[in-house]
Design a protein around this ligand. Structure first.
Ligand code: NAP
Length: 259
C-alpha cells in the first residue's frame, strides 16, 4: 500500500534506538525526510546513517535532551515546518506508589506529558495553516491497564492522553490528525536491560527470564520495532485521515479486555 506521504518531512523524537528508531525507519521507507533526535550523539549519527544508506532520504540530527527547554528549542529550530511529529522520550523509573515524592511526579510530567504537549503546541499551528499534519504520541499500555511499578508512567501518560482526546477533535477539521500509539512489551534495548535485571534478581539466565515473559503474552513473543514503526507510519499516512484521537494498543494481546 502506498501511504501517500512521500516528500513529507517528520520530526521523530528520541529515535536513535528502539521504538523511535522503528518509527523513523518506517517513515523514511515511505520517502519521508527526517529530523531525528536523541541525547547521545554517537548512536544518533549511526542511526541516521543506517536510514540514509537504506532509503536515501535527507536526515538531520539534533543531539539534545527533548525534555529540557533548551534541548527542545534546538530540536524545534532544526525541525522548522514539519508535516509529521512523533513524540517520544525515555519512560519514568519504576518504584512503589508510597515512595514517590513531588519531584518524581514533576519529572515524569515534564518528560511524558508536558514535553509532548509543548511539541504539539509548537508544531500543530503550522500544520493547521498548511492544511495537513499528523501527530503520533508514543505512550504506553499503562494508560489502558495500569502497571503497578510504573505508577509515574500511569499518571503522566494518562494526563497526556486526556490532552490529546480534546485537542485531536479540535484540529481534525483543519487536516491535523492526532493519535497515540501504545506499546506493550517490545524487543528494544530497554527490554534487554529490564530482562537482564529480572534474570539477575531471580538467579536465572537471560533466556529463562525472557521465556517467563513470553509465557504471559498471547502472541508468545515481544513485538518488534519494525512492527511498531509500520503501525506508526500508517497512522501518519493519508489513509489515517478519519482516525481521530485514538489510542492504538500494540501489545500482542496481553491486555485482557474486550474493547
Ligand atoms: P530504548 O530502546 O531505551 O530507546 C530510547 C531512545 O530514546 C533512545 O534513542 C534514547 O537515546 C532516546 N531518549 C531517551 N530519553 C531521551 C531524552 N530525554 N531526549 C531525547 N532522546 C531520549 O526505549 P524504547 O523501548 O524504545 O522505549 C521508548 C518509550 O516507549 C519509552 O518512553 C518507554 O517507556 C515506552 N515504552 C516502551 C515499551 C517497550 O516494551 N519497549 C513498552 C511500553 C512503553 P539517548 O539515551 O541517547 O537519549
Amino acid at each position: 500500500m502506498d501511504l501517500g506521504i512521500s516528500g513529507k518531512r517528520a520530526l521523530v523524537c528520541a529515535s536513535s534506538k528502539g521504538l523511535g528508531f522503528g518509527c523513523a525507519q518506517a517513515l523514511a521507507r515511505e520517502g519521508v525526510s527526517l529530523v531525528m533526535n536523541a541525547r547521545t550523539e554517537g548512536p544518533l549519527l549511526e542511526a541516521a546513517e543506517v536510514i540514509r544508506a537504506e532509503t536515501g532520504v535527507e536526515v538531520v540530527t539534533v543531539a539534545a535532551d527533548i525534555t529540557s527547554d533548551e534541548g527542545r528549542a534546538r530540536v524545534l529550530e532544526a525541525a522548522g515546518d514539519v508535516d509529521i511529529l512523533v513524540t517520544n522520550a525515555g519512560g519514568p523509573p519504576p518504584g512503589t506508589w508510597t515512595d514517590w515524592e513531588r519531584d518524581a511526579f514533576i519529572a515524569a510530567f515534564e518528560a511524558n506529558m508536558l514535553t509532548p504537549i509543548a511539541l504539539m503546541q509548537a508544531l500543530i499551528p503550522g500544520m493547521a495553516d498548511r492544511g495537513w499534519g499528523r501527530v503520533v504520541n508514543i505512550t504506553s499500555v499503562s494508560v489502558k491497564a495500569p502497571i503497578a511499578v510504573l505508577g509515574l508512567s500511569n499518571t503522566a501518560r494518562t494526563g497526556l492522553t486526556g490532552f490529546v482526546a480534546g485537542v485531536s477533535r479540535q484540529m481534525a477539521g483543519q487536516g491535523v490528525i492526532i493519535n497515540n500509539l501504545l506499546p506493550g512489551l517490545h524487543d528494544t534495548d530497554r527490554m534487554i536491560s529490564l530482562d537482564q535485571a529480572a534474570a539477575d534478581a531471580g538467579g536465572i539466565s537471560f533466556d529463562e527470564a525472557r521465556a517467563e515473559k513470553y509465557n504471559t503474552l498471547p502472541a508468545g513473543r515481544y513485538g518488534t520495532k519494525e512492527e511498531f514503526g509500520a503501525t506508526c507510519a500508517f497512522m501518519c499516512s493519508q489513509h489515517a485521515g478519519f482516525m481521530v484521537g485514538q489510542n492504538v494498543l500494540l501489545d500482542g494481546g496481553a491486555t485482557n479486555t474486550t474493547l
